[in-house]
Design a binder for this molecule. Structure first.
Ligand SMILES: [Zn+2]
Length: 287
């Protein structure tokens, strides 16, 4: 007993030193919202940001995710209204413990603030995935296809890579089954909640809002509890983005190109960087 007590006594200074030198984690999560992956959203006109049903359904899903993260111990929750001009969510209906991030973000998307985790709510799959509800990459009218190091990607993969640049894991996604598969392809053990099964671009089998929200709350809770098991998605080495625009965005023949940007054909630009961030900034700063 004496030995045990003296052993503990010897360790006390070390334990105290640990408490002083290890900063307490802020325990923050940054939620990126969208429209096309929300339960009950399956028609183009429903994605109009001021559509009352979209506002109600997305708010319900976001607040369910916030509840789940809070229950599991997250302390600071930021919700970025990421859909079409940031006009869908409202400070009057968002969960009172969350902060609402409004407006367009510069290419780093605030992730340089080093949140502890990133989550997607209402997310759709990348362009050209099928079956997938309203799958597109950033702009269904403007962009036909995006390649990152030769692989087709969309918002999920590129934003997961951006988060990974800052060593932040994407721990959670809710959306249709295609969006869930897109995230799992780059973050195999992320927590995903499938709120609808896509049958085609404009048809699906959706859960009721209440059922979807209940699953999202549970999923977000599990995601936060497991966040240390989920690795950031790191894209190492030189990175190339190839962005193929739609016919209505055919490039001007005399378009001046910045260093690192090449024209591939009438509708495609290539952006080369020595690493992910250089290529990302070259592309996204020019949009
Ligand atoms: Zn989107």
């Amino acid at each position: 007993m004496a030995t045990y007590r003296s052993h503990i006594a010897r360790q006390i200074p070390e334990l105290l030193a640990l408490l002083v030198t290890v900063p307490l984690a802020a325990q923050s999560v940054f939620i990126i919202t969208d429209a096309e992956g929300v339960a009950g959203i399956c028609r183009q006109e429903q994605t109009e940001p001021t559509n009352a049903e979209l506002q109600r359904l997305l708010t319900g899903e976001v607040n369910a995710a916030v509840r789940g993260f809070l229950q599991a111990g997250a302390k600071e929750i930021y919700v970025w209204d990421g859909h079409d001009g940031s006009r869908t969510l409202s400070a009057s209906t968002i969960h009172p413990s969350a902060k609402l991030v409004m407006g367009s973000l510069e290419p780093r998307m605030l992730l340089e603030r080093k949140f502890d985790a990133v989550a997607f709510v209402g997310q759709h799959a990348r362009a050209n995935r099928t079956p997938a509800v309203m799958a597109h990459s950033y702009s269904s009218l403007g962009i036909q296809r995006i390649l990152m190091n030769g692989r087709e990607v969309g918002e999920i993969e590129t934003r997961a890579a951006l988060a990974g640049w800052y060593n932040i894991p994407v721990i959670f996604l809710s959306g249709d089954q295609a969006a869930a598969e897109d995230l799992r392809a780059v973050v195999p053990n992320a927590e995903v909640v499938v709120v609808k099964e896509a049958l085609s671009y404009y048809s699906c089998i959706s859960l009721a809002a209440e059922a979807a929200q209940s699953l999202i709350e549970q999923g977000a809770r599990r995601a936060w509890e497991r966040r240390h098991e989920i690795r950031p998605y790191r894209v190492e080495g030189p990175v190339t983005f190839e962005v193929e625009y739609t016919t209505r965005n055919t490039l001007h023949p005399a378009l001046p190109l910045r260093p690192g940007v090449e024209r591939v054909d009438a509708r495609t630009l290539r952006f080369r960087g020595k690493d992910f961030m250089e290529a990302w900034l070259l592309w996204r700063s020019g949009e």
